[in-house]
Design a protein around this ligand. Sequence first.
Ligand SMILES: Cc1cc2nc3c(=O)[nH]c(=O)nc-3n(C[C@H](O)[C@H](O)[C@H](O)COP(=O)(O)OP(=O)(O)OC[C@H]3O[C@@H](n4cnc5c(N)ncnc54)[C@H](O)[C@@H]3O)c2cc1C
Length: 481
Amino acid sequence: MIRGDFLSLNESKKKKRASKVDKVIKKLSDTLDGGRLSTQRADLLSYSHDYWPIYLHWMLEDRYPSVPDAVVWPESIEDVRDIVRWCYRGKVPIYPYGGGSGVLGGAVPEKGGIVVDLKRMRSLKLHKKDLLVEAESGLNGYYLEDYLNERGYTMGNIPQSLYPSTVGGWVGTKALGQFSTKYGGIEDMLKGIEVVVPPGKLIELKPHPRTATGPDLRKFFVGSEGTMGIITKGWFKIWPEPEKRIKLSYASNSLKDAVESIRRIMRRGAEPAVIRIYDEIETKRHFYEYDDIYGKVATVMIIEGDETLADAESKIVREEFVGKEKGEKPVDHWLETRFSIKEASEFVPMGVVFDTIEVAVGWSGAAKLYENVVGALKPIKGVLFASAHASHFYPQGICFYFTFAGTPPRKKDAEGFYQQAWEEAMKAVINSGGTVSHHHGVGRQRRRWMSEELEEGYELLKKIKQKVDKRGIMNPGDMGL
Ligand SMILES: Cc1cc2nc3c(=O)[nH]c(=O)nc-3n(C[C@H](O)[C@H](O)[C@H](O)COP(=O)(O)OP(=O)(O)OC[C@H]3O[C@@H](n4cnc5c(N)ncnc54)[C@H](O)[C@@H]3O)c2cc1C
């Protein structure tokens, strides 16, 4: 078995650990028969990583610094409880795993142990009158939305990773989709939750339209990244499918014009479902076929819902937007290409290091943050480009989604280059008054900025973690916990 950089135990400790883990695996294989457990090398390697871009470089160098000891596929709550019970007794780490599309190493089994793939737990139930869907956590995102659409509903959560991600992963990472400005993030949709916490207890928090029974424990698990328990089910808000969809696009002379336009639109209470503003570099990259947009700042928008409301929102947009209206075609182009994720398979084998960094900031700091982050990334030796689009909006502010790509200069490895870019970008975000994560979460890549951003709040989070997970078995190391 490959054991790597993350595990720096001495030989005697390794032996002790192996015998402890073997005992737990033996117990689990007695309980989880019928192909619900594997220690096959192919499975262990497949589950040694998620979509953390730097891991792709490690794999190309034949480095697998984190390999689990076993992978399990529970099919029921009882299975999940058994897994947590046995791992708790043996003090063996557990890593909940959905689609493995997380981009920050959140599902990486850093200290070995058991990866728990939830994908066999995928039942769902529609509650039409209450406008809720009840979904087990392993349910695939695309399958859920397709099921709802066929019945005349939508959940409105359409991340770019709709096809490879799961409901549990959405809640685990506090995800949100491309239509978030109208439908919100997963935290707005989640109304009830079921979680198995150490030492194997099931917590059921039923859905209510609203409840004031103390602090909201449902939200406590949103964004917990598997560090507090295994989410087995959620109840989510749904909407009737939109009656009308209006597609608008604009070409503006500057990013500032477009961003300011959206600020005014949001202030007036209009909520277009999709709003995406691309800086000049990204406009060139995404809209090179459109001569009258190329070289400008492109904005695409989708307004949808009840016809009367959609018409009123589009009137507000047209009154406020500074730029030339460019019709539906650029929006159709965005709709057709929005799930394309070929960059990783194209660029990484060529030695190009790239990543995306999504952050948020209030309107008053928006222009400064954009300039500072791009300005911090561009001078790094080897950077080919640094650009951004803004993809999620609130009456209070904006999410910028930065992309950088480059080739490490001679004598610098991919990881050194990658970490330098992150370091400079995070510093610029913090100095500009932004939050270091808007929707990808923390994982292992962002953990070193947790205390800087949360300060005493991080100390509280660590104390809560110690109480909930006394033996530290739940996704140890994630978020620095
Ligand atoms: C090309 C691409 C596009 C993306 N686009 C978006 C986007 O538009 N919006 C967005 O928000 N994100 C996006 N992401 C990031 C990623 O898809 C999301 O973070 C997604 O929510 C992860 O879901 P998953 O099922 O793949 O989770 P995984 O990657 O398997 O796990 C993510 C984290 O959640 C934990 N977890 C998973 N399941 C459970 C569970 N049942 N209980 C407890 N913890 C659990 C894991 O331990 C891990 O810490 C994108 C990623 C890629 C690769």
